[in-house]
Design a protein around this ligand. Structure first.
Ligand code: HEC
Length: 149
């Protein structure tokens, strides 16, 4: 009797911890997607200005570049073990090549920081190449590690 009770209790504890893990995975996925969405929110007007589709506003561009430089340091930690399952476009290749993926995250932070510095010049001819470099970093990682929509 006692043994059965103990097994039942162990199973309940195990189930509870599995639920906690599932919660954590869901939170991590929502977190990183939220950060990327926030990056995109700021990226939109920057793309418009670089392409000349909206008027270049040096102060606004610089403010957004500063925000993106901070945000770029954030999504990496959301790619926790086991979070290739669920409502996510992250490919399982991320966890098979974690070192390479982490390098991509470092490049994201570095290139975003470089853009923030370039943006201080207020000069589009300085901003453009830095922006191109950052854009390539986004695309390179998405090509390898994100499911196509
Ligand atoms: C090192 C890899 C990597 C880099 C660099 C990267 N991304 Fe992503 N991005 C991902 C992955 C993986 C996902 C899928 C996340 C998920 O669904 O859990 C994603 C998702 C997104 C999404 C969709 C978010 C959503 O769910 O709505 C946007 C938007 C996005 N990235 C924008 C960017 C932009 C802009 C840059 C460059 C400034 C960038 N990303 C750089 C890996 C990267």
């Amino acid at each position: 009797m006692k043994k059965i009770y103990a097994i039942g209790l162990a199973a309940a504890v195990l189930m509870g911890s599995n639920l906690a893990v599932a919660d954590k995975v869901e939170d991590a996925i929502e977190y990183r997607q939220g950060v990327f969405k926030t990056i995109k929110w700021n990226f939109g007007p920057m793309v418009g200005m670089v392409k000349g589709k909206i008027d270049f506003d040096a102060a606004d561009f610089s403010r957004r570049a500063d925000l993106v430089a901070v945000l770029a340091k954030m999504p990496g930690e959301g790619f926790i073990e086991g979070s290739d399952m669920g409502d996510t476009d992250a490919k399982s290749e991320i966890w098979e090549n974690k070192a390479e993926f982490d390098k991509g995250m470092d490049a994201l932070a570095e290139n975003a920081a470089a853009l923030a510095v370039a943006a201080q010049s207020g000069d589009m001819s300085v901003i453009k190449p830095a922006f191109g470099q950052l854009g390539k970093t986004c695309k390179g990682c998405h090509d390898d590690f994100r499911e196509k929509e």
